[in-house]
Design a protein around this ligand. Structure first.
Ligand code: OOG
Length: 262
């Protein structure tokens, strides 16, 4: 069943408001249980196009719900994807302004930096690795616009998969120079260990997750462009942070990356 005419636009406008103002909203599936996953991606695409019309640039793609454990927990067997925009890029040396965020969480990820365009519907992890110029450590900050971070799959897809900000580490290395699936990470908050994980938590190999996203984009005649960044999914569960917290993700080969929330 499709949403009635005009409702897509109303949802896009509500999401734009919530994302810009850092305000919570009620999840759309309460009012529109007929909202499908495909319909949610249509809304997400309209949302991104609206940003782009105002000069915001797309700089990559992100994956979510890539861990089998998380998928099982919420009873799904598919990952989700969203877009990275230039104004989401945050820097290690510049504190994150917590006042603009609702209920932020941080998660350690491995970023892929594309050396060539990649588009198709039968792309494999091997194809992804072939055109990846570098992998780098990253921390993604997610901040669902829904009350209490509670949503159904169509809601979170429409909300660009809770994307808020991300920090990219400075150690970029060729993907052939490390075993990405064996890359380990320990994430601390104010010096205390919060989560521990490894690359293999992301669909057994983060390049598998990137291939999945490329194939999904391919169904919509979209793909990855040379120079784009892909956040391949969280290596551990996300941890909540707030005012005055410092979060550090220490990777086994990719070095460490951190941020402070003011
Ligand atoms: C959805 C996005 C989660 C990941 O890597 O799993 C995500 C959410 O939990 O809000 O980015």
């Amino acid at each position: 069943m499709r949403l009635a005419q005009g409702i897509d636009k109303e949802i896009v406008d509500t999401l734009l408001y919530a994302q810009k103002e850092g305000k919570t909203i009620t999840k759309f599936t309460d009012q529109y249980p007929e909202l499908t996953i495909n319909g949610a991606y249509d809304i997400q695409h309209q949302l991104i196009e609206t940003y782009m019309r105002t000069g915001v640039k797309r700089i990559g793609v992100k994956l979510g719900l890539t861990s089998k454990a998380k998928q099982k927990m919420i009873g799904i067997n598919e990952a989700i994807y969203g877009y990275l925009l230039h104004n989401m890029l945050a820097y290690e040396w510049e504190p994150i302004d917590g006042r603009k965020l609702i209920h932020p969480k941080a998660e350690p990820e491995i970023a892929f930096i594309m050396g060539e365009d990649l588009q198709g519907t039968t792309i494999t992890a091997k194809d992804v690795l072939h055109v990846t110029a570098y992998v780098a450590p990253a921390i993604e900050i997610i901040d669902s616009r829904y009350e209490n971070f509670r949503f159904l799959l169509p809601d979170v897809i429409a909300d660009n998969c809770s994307s808020s900000a991300f920090i990219l580490g400075s150690k970029w290395i060729k993907p052939s120079a490390l075993k990405i699936e064996q890359e380990g990470v320990v994430m601390t908050k104010n010096g205390e260990v919060q989560t521990v994980g490894a690359g293999a938590a992301v669909l057994n190999h983060p390049a598998e997750a990137v291939a999945w996203a490329v194939n999904k984009l391919g169904e919509r005649n979209d793909g990855l462009k040379k120079g784009e960044i892909v956040l391949s999914g969280a290596l551990t569960e996300a941890i909540a942070f707030g005012h005055r917290d410092t979060v550090i993700a220490q990777f086994s080969s990719l070095g460490s990356i951190s941020f402070h929330c003011k």
